[in-house]
Design a protein around this ligand. Structure first.
Ligand SMILES: Cc1ncc(COP(=O)(O)O)c(C=O)c1O
Length: 444
């Protein structure tokens, strides 16, 4: 039976955790801090749970330099739950902003308008605007952004979803390239002659396809102070969270499941700009949303950012053990990298990724990296063996298993190989993989 130290695991998620955290977690699950109770047994409203929550928030804020005007929410439902949550929360923001504008303009034109009549006029204008102008922009660069766009279409209707980019079109029907920004068809903002979209969505790192945005897209940068010139940017960082420096202030929402770089499954993180929540932006009344009849809005309360924020992530029962694991991983990164914060982790991630890509590129006849060089993911390294020859790929996996290099099979939808290089994958394990890549290529 292999020990933990002997196995090198490269699975795409759930993914390895630091051994120190797993060992401390095992103790905490039985008897936390000599309290006689395990972390799966205490109330999520207890002082102990509150401290774990506050520490996790503080450590995440430190690592990512999260500005004060952002809320950190711990939720459940995974990355997939957030596909719905962003729609459920940001379409109402679009409606509320327009409701405010409509109300002000109608009152300016007819100052004495009665409340009931005003509400009716506002509703009529909003209904027209929803029908004619509501757009949700999606950049589809891989399987996860595709799924997110499909969820949005399911929730509110495909007529509202603008696929601003379908990267498959530039690559023979497969993911693996991100065409240049001039080719994207984002909904134009006011200064571009349009009315803007409710939000622009992208997946920062496509886990299945090994595609990562190398930097924040220029065309999503703020264009001015005017609401109608702003692009509310949503990013799924499930598989590259806390693996590199991110300018949080460029985003409306960043979200991700914990089970790759942060912790165990069961906790989802969302970082949400405060002015998109009450009291800055009111939630439109359910009756108005019902009347506007936009798919399933308003949605379930457990995905409602305003409710989760108002209740400090404790609206319903939060899994405190899972939260503790995430908090511990973040606390360890804070103490390991000190003033470098997440940039320290970024340097390590880059180094490990370079080692693996270096070995793959050295033997182009044996290994072929799937995505284009310009957008290679540092987290999920997807490659084929001998051009995807079935027998050779099986031989590669069998040889890897013999050395206890595990979890290297690509996602079932795309096949091939995938080495996931998350934060907790030790350099030493990457070196073992690199040695195997060398040996296999040299027939050893
Ligand atoms: C980038 C990305 N987004 C979303 C998801 C879905 O996450 P979950 O399984 O937590 O719903 C995954 C899962 O692997 C993912 O990699």
């Amino acid at each position: 039976m292999p020990s933990r130290q002997e196995v090198s695991y490269f699975g795409a998620g759930p993914a390895p955790l630091p051994t120190s955290v797993v060992e401390a977690g095992a103790k905490a699950f039985v008897n936390y801090n000599d309290s006689g109770l395990g972390l799966g047994e205490i109330s999520h409203r207890s002082p102990t749970a509150n401290k774990i929550l506050a520490d996790a928030k503080a450590n995440l804020s430190t690592l990512l330099d999260i500005p004060d005007n952002y809320e950190i929410l711990f939720m459940q439902g995974g990355g997939s739950g957030e596909f719905s949550a962003v729609v459920q929360n940001l379409v109402p923001v679009w409606i509320e902003r327009r409701r405010r504008r409509a109300e002000a303009e109608i009152l300016k034109a007819n100052p004495g308008t009665e409340k009931d009549q005003l509400n009716e006029l506002v509703y009529q204008r909003l209904q027209k605007e929803v029908d004619e102008e509501l757009k949700l922009d999606y950049l589809i660069t891989g399987s996860w952004s595709l799924k997110a766009s499909q969820e949005a279409a399911k929730l509110v209707g495909s007529k509202y979803v603008n696929v601003a980019l379908d990267a498959r079109k530039a690559n023979d029907g497969k993911f693996g390239k991100i065409p240049t920004e001039e080719t994207w068809s984002l909904t134009p903002t006011k200064r571009e002659g349009g009315k803007g979209s409710a939000f622009v969505y992208f997946c920062d790192n496509e886990t299945v396809d090994g595609v990562e945005f190398q930097s924040f897209p220029k065309s999503l940068e703020a264009q001015g102070q005017d609401e109608e010139d702003e692009r509310l940017v949503v990013a799924d960082m499930s598989s590259n969270f806390i693996s590199r420096k991110v300018d949080v202030s460029k985003y409306a929402v960043i979200f991700g499941g914990a089970q790759k770089n942060i912790g165990v499954t069961g906790i989802t993180l969302a970082i949400v700009r405060k002015d998109l929540l009450p009291p800055h932006t009111a939630t439109p009344p359910p009756t108005l949303l019902h009347r506007l009849n936009i798919g399933g809005l308003p949605g379930p309360v457990v995905l409602d950012y305003a409710t989760i924020a108002k209740n400090n992530s404790l609206y319903n029962t939060l899994p405190i053990f899972n939260l503790w694991i995430a908090g511990q991983v973040m606390a360890d990164l804070v103490s390991e990298f000190g003033a470098q914060k997440v940039s320290g982790q970024e340097a390590v991630a880059n180094k490990k990724a370079q080692l693996i890509y270096g070995a793959l590129d050295k033997y182009p006849a044996v290994y072929q990296v799937v995505p284009d060089k310009s957008i290679r993911s540092r987290m999920n390294i997807c490659f084929r063996v001998s051009g995807g020859d079935d027998a050779k790929e099986k031989e590669f996996i069998a040889g890897a298993e013999k050395r206890l290099l595990q979890g290297l099979k690509g996602h079932r939808s795309v096949g091939g190989m995938r080495a996931s290089n998350y934060n907790a994958v030790p350099l030493e394990n990457v070196q073992k993989l690199v040695q195997y890549l060398e040996d296999f290529a040299n027939g050893q």
